[in-house]
Design a binder for this molecule. Sequence first.
Ligand code: SAH
Length: 261
Amino acid sequence: MAKITQTWSIICKVRDSFSSLLPLFFSCGLVLLVARFLAPDTIMGVSSSSSSNIAMVAALKKNNILTSTVAAEAMKQIDRADFVLPDTPAYVDSPQPIGHGATISAPHMHGYCLSLLSDYLKPGSAVLDVGSGSGYLTAVFALMVGENGRAVGVEHIPELVERSIQSIKKGNAAHLLETGRLSVHASDGKLGYPDAAPYDAIHVGAAAAVVPDALVSQLKPGGRMVIPVGQFMQDLIVIDKKSDGSLKQHSEMGVRYVPLV
Ligand code: SAH
């Protein structure tokens, strides 16, 4: 009987300490959930964190985020580690700070946007990357459109433009910088980049309050723009310009990006 009482008292102690920890577990879970949601350039979803660039691309494919083989091959050629700050985990599936209050978007956001745009990033196509930040996606785009294409990055923080150019020079898109097929410019992305317009594909890496008119007019008939739109709650909007110039758009998913200022 004494043994039963002793066992029961141990069970009660374990139960009581567990229930006193419950609010802590709950609040930690809530904090993690809120932190994940508030993290810029992200959506809620399966994590594709990895330990190498190749493994990261494989995880994005396995998780059905990266559905384009051509985009996957280009991502393999551009090492994300060249575009993050020193001592920053390059292949973790979350945005990472790149200085000046900006972030490189999470690998899953790069994967989704590349999948949405890959049909418009053929060899010879022209592509505009607004809010090019680290320059990672601009470099991937440039490899996809190749020697006869044109990839333009526009970023409003001059230090990031300089840093992105140095990052691109480290890798497999360096030759496209030399030939001028890839360029990055310090200017207001809301105005696009008229000198190389019109574009087959426009990617915007920061959330616009409304879709800038200049970007719509610089999109080729038959082209596609992917742009996060909204303030706190944002949608990743896909805009297709038909051959007659009319627009068709839909929301692909809810997202959380830094603002296009
Ligand atoms: N695709 C980039 C995203 C960087 S975050 C990457 O993965 O590296 C968004 C970027 O948009 C920031 O670098 C920010 O400085 C830039 N940005 C915000 N408003 C801008 C504007 N009006 N014109 C150009 N760049 C802008």
